[in-house]
Each structure stands twice: as C-alpha cells, then as structure tokens.
Design a protein around this ligand. Structure first.
Ligand code: NDP
Length: 329
C-alpha cells in the first residue's frame, strides 16, 4: 500500500516521498482502519519537514488526523465497516498516522463518525476544525455570547481560523477576521466575517497598559505580538481562547493590566489529549453548528504526492482553509 514516508539521513536531514509499504510495517494497535482522507495541519508541516522534536523514530508516516472505515478490530466497540475519525493522541508524531492507505491505532483514540458528516467532510474539519470548535465552546463556557460585541479570529484564512470564523458567524456572533492576506478578504466574508482587520494593525508591540475596548472574545491562532495587543483591547470580562502560535511562541508586549483591570480570561486549548466524551461532544456540535456549504468553500483538494510541498507551504502560512488529502484510491 502507498504511504508518505519521511526518512532521515546520516546528517540528520529529512526527506519525504510516496513509497510502497507492507501492512506488516504498521505499528501495533487494536483497530486497523482503511484511511480514506487525511489533512494538512501546521504540525503535519513540522512532521513532514524538520520533525521539530515531534517525531522520535524514522522512517515515519505523518498525518495527525484521518477518517476512514474499520477493516479489522480486536476491540468490542468497533467492527469492520464502521466509519471512524481520529484526531490527536500524538498520532502522526509518535505513532504512524494518516498519510498511508491503512493505519493501525488504539481503539481509545477513535471516535465514530457523527451523523451528518461523511469521511471527507470530517477531514475538511479535521484537527483544525475540532480545535476551533473546542475554542468556541471554551468561550461559551466563560459566558461570551452573540450580542456582546465582536469576536476576533486571528490567523483567519488558515485552517483553525477559517473554521472558527464559520462556526462563530453561524452561531450569530459578529466576527472580525484578522489576516495578513488582503486577497483573502472576500473568502473570509463568504465564511461570515463582518469585519476584516489587517494583520499589521495588530502586529506592533506597544508599551501601553490598555487600549480601547474592542473585542468580547477572541480565538487566537497566532500568539506573539498580536496576542499581546489583543489582550489590551479586550472588553471588560472578555475571553481569549489561545489555540496556536503561528506568529511566535511568546506573548510579546503583554502586561498584567488586562487581567486585573478588565478581568480578561486567557484560556489555553489543547485538542491532542481530549477525553472521548469531549471529542464526541465537540464532533456533534460541529455536525450541528458548521454549515456544510461554508465547509465546502474551505476545501483545497490534494493527494499524497502533493504533501512534501504542502508541508512547506503551511509552515510559511501560505495554505488557505483546509487541505483535504485523498489517501485511498
Ligand atoms: P494554518 O497555517 O492553516 O493557519 C495559521 C494562520 O496564521 C496562517 O494562515 C496565517 O493566516 C496566520 N499566520 C501565519 N504566520 C503568521 C505570523 N508570523 N504572524 C501573524 N499571523 C500569521 O495553521 P492551523 O490553522 O492549522 O494552525 C494554527 C496554529 O494552531 C498552529 O500554531 C498550530 O500548531 C496550532 N494548533 C493547535 C492545536 C491545539 O490543539 N491547540 C490544534 C491545531 C493547530 P492569515 O494569512 O489569515 O494571516
């Protein structure tokens, strides 16, 4: 069967190419899945390319998420023919992932495909979309609701940002989308954004303790200087769901003032180790709250052979929306 295999040479340089592998090469697990679709997330870019400490052993099959059909199962919860989706649990990093025609994984890591989503739609959502939903749910838990004021989405034309924009708009929030790509403004409006904010407007590190109140909530995929600025612009009692660090691992220019003078909440979102119940709840919310026409508009189709280039593109912030990789067939 075909797989995207990443190899590391004696000098530590990695290279990725589509190769034939045998089913016996797959790692141990309770369930074997015939993979139909996978996707390209930021972490996949790291695992296809430099590894970045995520990949421990080579050769490696990346792909941090996949959807497909159970082919064989040693676990009572799954039987051949069941449709399943997998995100997280370090699959595609510490365990071979979705960039192969079959994957063998622990049954605990799988979720049955929710009603209303087929395998392709589930991967159009993928890890990025699950994370976007978890972020929206975290804002809701803090009491952020439609009518409170605009909710900002940073890195909006990327995977998490696109899905967060569409979900929030569908739930009735006023969505302000930050992008560094002015040419994606129409795309973001088509997903439901009512305001487009240029990345430069929020990229400067300032020493001000607070700025004018603008945002009731925020889904932040970027961190860095932008998160430092956004925190100072939050409305009283507002919440920021921090999901990623596409713009840097630090929160530059941040001060304590928004937290003690405006009661701002900073919520960290992790999609990797989410317990089964949370993942099922989030997938059901996705099936009900993410309009399929908006999801369709985000899809960029790809094949296994496209992955070496796409891995580089996503690390440069050049991928729009959600790449859906057809693995089987
Ligand atoms: P994408 O590359 O699809 O999106 C990131 C977006 O951020 C880009 O499209 C771009 O959007 C913007 N961006 C990129 N570089 C910069 C920069 N230097 N400064 C400001 N903005 C920038 O990635 P994903 O959406 O898949 O992931 C986003 C982040 O979330 C990553 O850090 C990823 O590792 C993390 N993540 C975390 C998860 C979790 O469980 N917490 C799960 C999934 C992802 P635009 O062009 O519109 O400005």
């Amino acid at each position: 069967m075909k797989a995207l295999l990443v190899r590391k040479d004696d000098e530590g340089k990695t290279s990725a190419a589509v190769e034939e592998i045998a089913e016996s090469d797959l790692p141990d697990g309770d369930v074997t899945v015939a993979v139909e679709y996978s996707t390209v997330n930021y972490k996949d870019g790291l695992c296809i390319g430099p590894g970045a400490g995520l990949v421990r052993t080579y050769p490696h099959v990346p792909g941090i998420d996949f959807a497909g059909t159970v082919e064989a199962s040693d676990d009572d919860r799954y039987k051949p023919g069941d449709k399943v989706v997998l995100t997280g649990w370090r699959v595609g990093e510490a365990h071979w992932g979705g960039y192969a025609e079959k994957a063998r994984v622990k049954a605990d890591w799988l979720v049955p495909l929710p009603d209303g989503l087929d395998a392709r739609a589930a991967m159009a959502v993928g890890t990025a979309g699950l994370t976007a939903m978890l972020a929206v749910m975290a804002l809701e838990d803090q009491g952020v609701k439609p009518g409170d004021g605009p909710v900002l989405v940073t890195g909006a034309a990327g995977g998490v940002g696109s899905v967060a924009t569409a979900i929030l708009a569908n739930l009735g929030y006023e969505v302000a989308a930050v992008t560094g790509r002015a040419e994606q403004a129409d795309y973001l409006r088509s997903l439901g954004a009512t305001e487009i904010v240029a990345r430069e407007e929020l990229s400067e590190v300032t020493r001000k303790p607070l700025e004018s109140e603008r945002w009731a909530g925020c889904v932040d995929a970027v961190a860095g200087a932008m998160l430092g600025r956004v925190l100072k612009q939050m409305k009283y009692g507002g919440s920021v769901a921090a999901i990623g660090l596409a713009g840097g691992a630090a929160i530059e220019g941040a001060l304590i003032t928004p937290f003690i003078l405006r009661g701002v909440n900073l919520l960290g979102i992790d999609s990797v180790m989410q317990p089964y119940e949370n993942r099922v709840r989030a997938w059901q919310r996705i099936a009900s709250d993410l309009p399929m026409d908006k999801l369709e508009a985000m899809i960029e189709p790809a094949t296994l052979g496209d992955l070496p280039k796409l891995g580089k593109d996503i690390l440069k912030g050049q991928v729009k929306g959600r790449v859906v990789v057809t693995v089987a067939g």
